[in-house]
Write a protein of this length. Sequence first.
Length: 338
Amino acid sequence: MSDLFLRACRGEAVERRPVWMMRQAGRYLPEYRRVRERADFLTMCKTPELAAAVTVQPVDLVGVDAAILFADILLPLEAMGAELAFVEGEGPVFARPVRCAADVGALVRPDVDKTLGYVYAAIALLRRELAGRVPLIGFGGTPWTLAAYLIEGGTSKSHAHLLSWSWRDPDGLARLLDLLADVSLDYLRGQVEAGVQAIQLFDTWGGLLDRRRFRELAVPPVLKIVEGLGRQVPLIYYVRGGSHLLPDLAELPVDVLSVDWRLPLDEVRRVVGPRLVLQGNLDPTALLGEEASIVAATREVLDAGRGGGHVVNLGHGILPSTPPGSARLFVETVKSHG
Ligand code: CP3
């Protein structure tokens, strides 16, 4: 039984810092690839037994202090009527990107129990299988990041469609973001009811915005979700490329702020102050180095994170080319640190 991760998220004093990794159930593990050979990614997400099996793998094989549900931030968009495929070597693709008010009008606010019940079934199964060994984290994307994928039709370098919409018609875009907030709130409430013990919001593309536009466009729908969820479980906000946003992120009513590797945690702490627990922030490419440099880089993160609450993680998802032994070395280095 371990609630180390949950106590650390609430800012309580802990005997050592907990550690987990974003994308910890994934292609770097041969055991994951074996399941993946038999089923495509969406089928794995929609089959509770398969989703549960790969969620538990990094707990058993790598020794992380929390499990994160195997799913994807884009699943609720499919439930809203956006046709989604995961194309080998390309990532997610929406057949009909959302580009105008009429496209928004064609989206629905789904009955999450009917359309996303497979996620809730996986959560219930996992709580039984984990039996308190480690807590289970649920998650969703922020409306801004969900909109980025929905509008671009997939992963994008320039985000030209998203950003041009944001300048041409900010009110129209705000209506889409508000709908995404409503659906996300329904979806995440369902995850809490099904049994997740913490929730992480992924804002992979928040860093595209300057501070004023981040406050105007991205923050209001996040507040709708966070305020709607209340304080039932700890909330973690992850932002990538958001160092310039720290003064605004410091004011979000969440428990944990998860940051990428670009700024050391002591510098993050200086800007955000003492209230928030920080999560992060080893550069995922550090795990592609030699053993001695992995240990040194991990200790650097531990040292920089000393001045307040700290959940150790990577600064973004673990890379598929990471040797599993290097992921284990990272986790063991954190666990053996006094
Ligand atoms: O962290 C975990 O282990 C839980 C599972 C999880 C996945 N995706 C599984 C996944 C989580 C938390 C996510 C979140 C997610 N999904 C984000 C936010 C975090 C981030 O990476 O910034 C985003 C942007 C997505 C959308 C998404 N899903 C993309 C862009 C891709 C393609 C890129 C890639 O790595 O292939 C995916 C696919 C995906 N999601 C995979 C996994 C394990 C790879 C699927 C496969 O096995 O082929």
